[in-house]
Unconditional design. Structure first.
Length: 271
């Protein structure tokens, strides 16, 4: 943290980058608050994670969502301080407090009373907000922190921890609130999770492709000339194929988006 502050004071480029990060985090908080205040919260719907816990407590006990959100997040932030990064905890603390203030004082007009639209668009705005925030080094939800901790200490996958956490949350919702609310809340969570992934990773899905062929020289020339895709050539000293043992064979390795797979398959078929 001290090293970061020292660099921050002397490095103009770093100052600009940090400024942009906080602007984007503010935008993420705005989107998340719209999803909560204009869609999910007025209709008693939940989302996953710590946000969902805060909404559930509000639904059952009437305790202010902003207060519950901050209180429930504290243990997870303390966990992150010792397992991830103190600076990330600093940014996340500011983000969670800012979100709580937005929820408390901002009054968005309720757009629809259609439950399906509420689940979809509430999850969309919330996922967009969470994704933008995570992309800039902070979190609005502590369940991911719990996942990172359990992954490092017990080998459990982050996705599995988050999944179990939310399954338990929605089961409690089904028992204590209603099955219908739990079902719509599950839909909102699924939309949120998908939008978070798209926001962080982007809309283009890339894949690694390995091509092994006796015509590797012709294939690599065609790929580069006709598709303009960069590639790496590896030597495969020995391998086993349909024709038996193959030696001194070249292997082509490329990274492409999924749309280009069809083009490359056609090109290889022609050769």
């Amino acid at each position: 943290m001290k090293i970061f502050l020292k660099d921050f004071m002397t490095n103009r480029a770093l100052w600009i980058r940090v400024f942009r990060e906080y602007i984007q985090i503010a935008i993420g908080i705005l989107f998340a608050s719209i999803g909560l205040k204009a869609f999910l919260l007025p209709n008693g719907f939940l989302d996953g994670g710590i946000t969902g816990v805060a909404l559930l407590v509000n639904n059952l006990l009437g305790i202010n969502v902003s207060i519950v959100l901050i209180l429930v997040s504290i243990p997870f932030l303390l966990l992150a301080y010792f397992t991830i990064s103190p600076y990330m905890v600093f940014k996340s603390s500011l983000s969670i407090v800012a979100l709580a203030l937005f929820i408390e004082f901002e009054n968005f007009q309720i757009i629809t009373d259609d439950k399906l639209l509420i689940s979809i668009f509430g999850g969309l705005f919330l996922g967009l907000g969470i994704g933008i925030t995570i992309k800039n080094g902070a979190v609005l939800d502590g369940s991911e922190i719990l996942g990172v901790y359990l992954n490092r200490h017990y080998g459990l996958s982050i996705g599995s921890v988050t999944f179990v956490f939310n399954v338990l949350l929605f089961l409690v919702t089904a028992v204590l609130v209603s099955l219908e609310t739990a079902m719509y809340s599950t839909l909102a969570f699924l939309v949120t999770a998908r939008v978070v992934d798209l926001t962080i990773e982007g809309f283009e899905n890339y894949i690694g492709l390995i091509i092994i062929s006796k015509d590797a020289d012709v294939i690599q020339a065609k790929i580069y000339k006709e598709l303009g895709i960069g590639l790496t050539i590896l030597d495969s000293p020995i391998g086993y194929g349909k024709g038996g043992i193959n030696s001194s064979q070249k292997v082509i390795q490329i990274i492409i988006n999924r749309i280009e797979i069809v083009k490359i398959n056609k090109l290889i078929d022609v050769i």
